[in-house]
Write a protein that binds this ligand. Structure first.
Ligand SMILES: [Zn+2]
Length: 144
């Protein structure tokens, strides 16, 4: 039969729930109670082990998430490059077509040219923004 005080105060001590005064009183009791001394020693070891395990989990989570996000960033990076290449090709083709078209110097042709120019400017601005974002925060999405 284990001393009953261990079931209450002993467990709370290990959980760090005892107040300073309660702790002193119970520690005095442990000095004279073999049951509590023994249980504290064994459970104390168990608690330490549990804490060790608990400490390791965030690490594994961190690395899992790190590789996940790295993969996502690479996928996104590849997609982004392909998208840019495609858009640039389409724009170059459109500009070439517009400039070489006999209708280029008409009102319609010039309007389309202006719209395309606007798209190019917006696009370049977005690309530049994304580029700086990635550069200034290489571990973006990993920390949280
Ligand atoms: Zn006891």
């Amino acid at each position: 039969m284990v001393c009953e005080r261990f079931q209450t105060e002993g467990m709370r001590l290990l959980d760090g729930e005892l107040g300073a005064e309660e702790k002193t009183v119970y520690e005095e009791h442990v000095k004279t109670c073999d049951d509590c001394k023994q249980e504290l020693k064994e459970i104390g070891r168990l608690v330490e082990l549990t804490n060790d395990l608990r400490l390791r989990t965030p690490d594994e989570e961190f690395w899992t998430r790190y590789w996940d996000s790295l993969l996502h960033r690479m996928e996104r990076g590849t997609g982004f490059v392909l998208m840019i290449t495609g858009i640039v090709a389409v724009l170059l083709f459109a500009i070439y077509k517009a400039v070489t078209s006999p209708e280029f110097l008409t009102f319609k042709g010039l309007s389309i040219a202006v719209v395309l120019l606007g798209l190019v400017v917006i696009f370049l601005s977005v690309v530049r923004e994304r580029y700086h974002e990635n550069k200034s925060d290489p571990y973006k999405g990993v920390k949280q």
